[in-house]
Ligand binder design. Sequence first.
Ligand code: UGY
Ligand code: MN
Length: 246
Amino acid sequence: MTLFGKTRTKVAARHALIAPDGLVPSDFPGWQGVVANVILSPAMGANLSQILLTFPDEESDSLAIFPADKHEHALYLETGTVQVAYEGKEVTLEPGGFLFTPCETELRITSQTAARLTLFRKVYQQGGQDLPPSVLGNANEVMGEPFLGNEKALLKTLLPIDPRYDLAMNIFTYQPGATLPFVETHIMEHGLLMLSGQGIYRLEDDYYPVMQGDAIWMAPYCPQWFVAMGDEPASYLYYKDVQRLP
Ligand code: UGY
Ligand code: MN
């Protein structure tokens, strides 16, 4: 039982840990049946939004709409099945499925079953003439690469490394005891979702126990480090801004 008046959530000026216990959903125009939790957003000082969409286990159609505007979107499906309509087509995502759509692209996400999806959304920063093309895939088909030679810390890079893209969406999986090799301090910002397992996240000068379902914001230059702990691998999905001069 959780003691009342307590939470692991911490919102600091340059980082945040958002535990699931305090989430409160938002309503948006035209949406139906989806529980939308805006976990990170510019309202807290972030340059991205991280939105958790939970589709109910009901027969009725649920719908989330993101209009075509200056925002681009990268989404990842944890559980269930969803249909996504964009660029005049409709695709079905299964668990591990991911999709990137460039700015000026409408997204309509529907589901007839229980599903849990995380979506990163940000204003596109032009890097050249061409917009980045959309990308559809499944993380289960992407090879993890040892991070800086460590076989116990595998990094899956879901989106192409290409100057047209100004964001990355990656999955990091650590065996228990594996760590980020040093305390990173960098200009890039992160939004993060713990997909499985547990560990300790260092954010600035604080150390937080974290577990599956927790979300984290790391502002630019937030010193960061992680160690996986427990009996099972710890895995997290994260966003990073890339490929643009300051
Ligand atoms: O890509 C990254 O910056 C990654 N190594 N950071 C992180 O996991 N906190
Ligand atoms: Mn980092």
